[in-house]
Write a protein that binds this ligand. Sequence first.
Ligand code: R5P
Length: 293
Amino acid sequence: MADKDGNVLAKDYGIGIEPPQRIFSVKGHQCAGWGMQGRLSQIFGDDGRTIMLAFDHGYIMGSTAGLERLDLVIPPLLPYADCLMATRGALRTCIPGNHRKAVALRCTADTSVLKDDMSFGSAGVDIEDAIRMNASCMAVQCFVGAAGELDSLKTLSYYVNQGEKYGVPVLGVVAVGKEMERTTRYFSLATRLLAEQGAHIIKTYYCDNFEQITAACPVPIVIAGGKKIPESEALAMAYRAVNEGAAGVDMGRNVLQAACPSAMLRAIRMVVHENAKPEEAYHAYELWRKDVK
Ligand code: R5P
């Protein structure tokens, strides 16, 4: 060894001091591997919550409202999001590589809104590309109860197997087809089913008796925003969701189609991370909105 002489003699062994207890707070993942826990920690803060900004819906809807110019619309929102949910094509072209946000990479190849039955998707992005993209998790769309249910659950299993191998979590996305009911019973079944198949995080819609759904799901749930509703109502929905056990939101249209997306994401942040009441957050939204104009 080049410096074997002149080394300061090691003596601080902390004899008698127990190693610190390490607590991992993401629900259901206390026994996950170190790399898996690291990626989950990119997504969830110390409060166990997250704000995902979903701008992946162009992959089935095209240049829908709010997503006409990803390169102009998304970068100003980055300071207020914890995690970016998008396709690799969108990320590579509109987000600079030094963004420092968690990434929920949309990995499935699904059919567009032009199809009557969109439930026959398949694996798209492979795990190597997800790792090259520094994905914090891989998002996989699942159609429970639809004609393509088995295909989508096989795709989910494929990604869970790959993710377990390399320490990359899977975000199981409950997709509601045109014919499917949006009831507590349905979401309860779908969320639990995806978690039992091995998804590490679940994205679903908010519904009545939501606390039963979060209680019965062994991993964190984030809620989708769904179709655009008034800003005050979207904030109230986020508030109810996190107070009924959700670990955060994964919202797209209710941010991107808001009168002022950056003010909306900041207001959602108040609700999710600061436990602000929805009225208080909406008041802040109105003030920030005026500032931006
Ligand atoms: C499934 O999660 C879909 O791709 C969502 O439509 C997308 O993530 C946008 O989210 P939101 O429903 O909040 O607009």
